[in-house]
Design a protein around this ligand. Structure first.
Ligand SMILES: Cc1cc2nc3c(=O)[nH]c(=O)nc-3n(C[C@H](O)[C@H](O)[C@H](O)COP(=O)(O)OP(=O)(O)OC[C@H]3O[C@@H](n4cnc5c(N)ncnc54)[C@H](O)[C@@H]3O)c2cc1C
Length: 388
């Protein structure tokens, strides 16, 4: 698909997202970055325009759009120099609830999430001691009458301070009593408004970019048993399909970042004159930008393929992982080319390049690091022996 064709798919959505993003120029993001502040007005504008409810079915008040449309929204946000990380999770976290929640849970939560009345922005999987090894997570939920009692700790729970609900993955059967280490995990909806100060503590973590991430602590937190999503012990399977959507959407954001870097680098290379000619006339400047463009276009095809398979209900784990890895590498290559093209000015805050450079680096580590994707491809796709 050519760039023009890709733009035409969901073209109306892309146009209106671009228009909305014009209200949030570089200065808005620089200020938020400087103050480590949550971009509340931006998230509010996206919510009011209905973009964060793109994947919620119409019967629950959302737009019922396919994953490719949600990907187009996030790509355009990043391409405009904004940062969708402030709210992107709202799009995919609700997937576990939509696919595996009871009718009562869906009726209770989805319409309010779609309208923006309730925010489901936080996803608690990673823990300090287990990291990428999700099956070894230690946060434990014990059934006690009509409640579960939760104890443990999560780390890198992004947006927890700006969300009403948290989708929590906790162990409900000890690891040594299950056949596979990913068995015995369960998913819960935690209402953080009620829980704060009553079993739940949230502490912000400062990071190299403005990401509103936190660590959270559970100390005998009581969660109503009716907030268990699906069956007890099958939670890992429930979050896997949501993780595929997450990988495709994050990959789309990386494509948007890559386009921003490439457009910014190209414009600067045409205008900046050194030694009496535009720096873009030098192949040493041209080639890294051209190479990043080729990488971005290849990754863009994989993002489209992964989204197509997801929407068709086909297995898309391989494509979603490859899309995320290739797109994160393409955005990083584009970021490298962009900062190098700008010379010293690449480091000046007012150009936004250094901010985007810091923001883009995350996606080779989160939501899954490149090594874990390579190991998935090597072992699950190519059949090489398991390394762990
Ligand atoms: C800003 C930010 C936001 C985040 N938001 C969230 C969130 O909202 N919710 C959430 O649950 N998590 C979140 N995360 C966590 C993120 O998903 C993890 O950081 C990521 O999965 C890697 O886990 P880790 O940091 O524990 O690294 P580790 O698992 O400790 O790994 C460290 C390094 O070792 C490598 N490694 C580990 N094992 C192997 C192996 N077997 N073979 C080869 N290499 C290996 C990894 O690839 C990585 O490079 C966030 C992280 C960050 C930094």
């Amino acid at each position: 698909m050519s760039d023009a064709e890709q733009d035409r798919s969901h073209g109306d959505i892309r146009d209106s997202v671009r228009k909305l993003c014009l209200e949030f120029p570089g200065e808005y993001w620089r200020k938020a970055d400087r103050e480590n502040a949550y971009p509340t007005e931006f998230v509010q504008a996206l919510t009011e325009a209905g973009y964060l409810a793109a994947l919620i079915p119409e019967e629950y008040g959302g737009s019922g759009l396919p994953l490719a449309a949600a990907a187009a929204i996030l790509e355009e946000i990043q391409r405009a120099g904004c940062n969708g990380a402030a709210c992107h999770a709202q799009m995919y976290i609700m997937g576990a609830l939509l696919r595996h929640g009871s009718d009562a849970q869906k009726a209770k939560y989805l319409p309010s999430i779609a309208s923006g009345e309730l925010r489901l922005q936080a996803f608690g999987v990673t823990e300090p001691t287990s990291g990428s090894d999700t099956g070894s997570l230690k946060t434990f939920a014990v059934r006690d009458g009509d409640h579960y009692v939760v104890n443990g700790q999560k780390v890198w729970t992004s947006r927890a301070m700006h969300s009403d609900l948290l989708l929590l993955l906790a162990r409900t059967t000890p690891k040594d009593q299950v056949a596979k280490r990913t068995d015995g995990l369960s998913v819960f909806i935690v209402d953080m408004r009620a829980a704060l100060g009553d079993g739940l503590t949230i502490r912000p973590i400062r990071t190299m970019m403005n990401h509103s991430t936190t660590e959270i602590f559970f100390d005998n937190l009581r969660v109503p048993a009716e907030n268990l999503v699906g069956e007890e012990g099958r939670g890992f399977r429930y979050i896997l399909s949501g993780m595929n959507a997450e990988r495709v959407l994050v990959a789309a954001e990386c494509i948007g970042d890559a386009k921003w870097f490439i457009e910014k680098a190209t414009a600067y290379a045409k205008g900046r004159v050194v030694f009496g000619r535009p720096i873009g006339q030098n192949q040493g400047i041209q080639f890294p930008i051209a190479k990043a463009y080729a990488q971005m276009r290849a990754a863009e095809l994989m993002v489209a393929e992964a989204a197509r398979r997801f929407t068709a209900g086909l297995d898309c784990g391989t494509e979603a992982n490859m899309a995320k890895m290739l797109a994160a590498e393409a955005s990083w290559a584009a970021g490298e080319a962009c900062i190098q093209t700008h010379g010293g000015f690449g480091f000046a805050e007012e150009y936004d390049v250094e901010r985007k450079f810091r923001e883009a680096r995350l996606y080779q580590v989160a939501p899954i690091s490149t090594n874990l994707i390579l190991s998935y491809l090597a072992e699950h796709v190519l059949g090489l022996p398991r390394s762990y």
